[in-house]
Design a protein around this ligand. Structure first.
Ligand code: 9MR
Length: 308
């Protein structure tokens, strides 16, 4: 959720977040348009507040996200750039932010959602603007972003994060190929994040385990970075039970994969979730561990059991 401390239900939200989780991800406040709304003018206030909250409650912070095709400020996408100027703007964005949070952020999503579902790189502003000058088949901005992030923080875990790559298929294959090649070329990439926005209350965890182990075998850590399991309306006890089974299985799968270093949810309560946004709600909602009244759902207990 965005600045939860200012919400009418701040007290309940705070209690649930600090009482049941040991890590948090700011949902929007570390995205490019939030942190650098004007060129060379960084705005750290709201993001710093998340970090302060996390410190106060001894929670780790997952930074999300340095480079993406969405939520970019107009000064970036609206301007025309020479290649050196744009590389310098990328460097400035990444190094300023990573350095600012150096003591406090354990892992950063350095590049988010660069791959299309068909296994071809998304034709984003970054890909179009910086191309693939070294002809390694990977848009140059990806390697550059990781190198700049590492320059600013030697210890942070640097993540490539995407959705729809949890299961095997063209997208997962292409991301695996990319990460292997990046590593081979010396790009400082440490991990892959599987978002886990799962619709339809079905998921094949055997396939996920096999898929994720291909990444750990390639020397990468893996994370589950944005989990939610949308329920197609109406919510019924049967569907809550099906959701609960999936959540438990996900946590068990994560624990069974050596090299899986963490699980993050994309929110706390079904009251505040991106799944409620009108453009997404048709795929279902109510994907989180606490319901709209902050009551722990059956899936909460399933996760608790899977963690024993
Ligand atoms: O939850 C985020 C929502 O509030 C924003 O409006 C949206 C903008 O595209 O981004 C949502 O978060 C996304 C995340 O940054 C990347 N993975 C998919 C998430 C859900 O759309």
């Amino acid at each position: 959720m965005n600045n939860f401390w200012a919400a009418p239900d701040a007290a309940e939200y705070t209690r649930a977040l600090s009482g049941h989780f040991n890590a948090l991800t700011p949902e929007n406040q570390m995205k490019p348009d939030s942190l650098q709304p004007r060129r060379d003018t960084f705005q750290f206030g709201p993001a710093d507040r998340f970090v302060a909250f996390a410190k106060e409650h001894r929670m780790a912070v997952h930074g999300h996200t340095l480079v993406w095709h969405q939520q970019n400020p107009d000064w970036l996408e609206g301007a025309s750039w020479t290649r050196p100027e744009l590389i310098s703007a990328l460097s400035n964005h990444v190094t300023t932010i990573v350095a600012h949070f150096k003591e406090d952020i354990a892992l950063w999503d350095v590049v988010n959602e660069a791959m299309g579902d068909n296994g071809k790189f998304r034709d984003s502003f970054w890909k179009k603007s910086l191309g693939d000058d070294n002809h390694d088949g990977i848009p140059d901005y990806i390697d550059l972003a990781f190198r700049f992030a590492r320059q600013a923080d030697r210890d942070c875990i640097l993540v490539y994060n995407d959705y729809g790559a949890e299961h095997s298929g063209a997208k997962a294959d292409a991301i695996l190929k990319m990460t292997r090649e990046l590593k081979r070329g010396g790009t400082p990439i440490d991990a892959v994040g599987f978002q886990f926005h799962i619709k339809g209350l079905r998921f094949d965890f055997d396939d996920f385990r096999k898929n994720a182990r291909r990444f750990t075998s390639a020397g990468l850590k893996v994370f589950i970075t944005e989990a939610d399991f949308a329920i197609p309306p109406p919510v019924t006890p049967e569907k809550l039970a099906a959701q609960s089974k999936l959540c438990g299985e996900m946590v068990r799968a994560a624990r069974a994969i050596s090299g899986c270093a963490g699980v993050f949810w994309w929110g706390v309560t079904d009251r505040h979730s991106w799944l409620n946004m009108p453009e997404f709600v048709k795929g279902g909602a109510d994907g989180l561990l606490f319901d709209r009244e902050y009551t722990p759902k059956p899936c909460y207990r399933a996760v608790q059991e899977a963690l024993r």
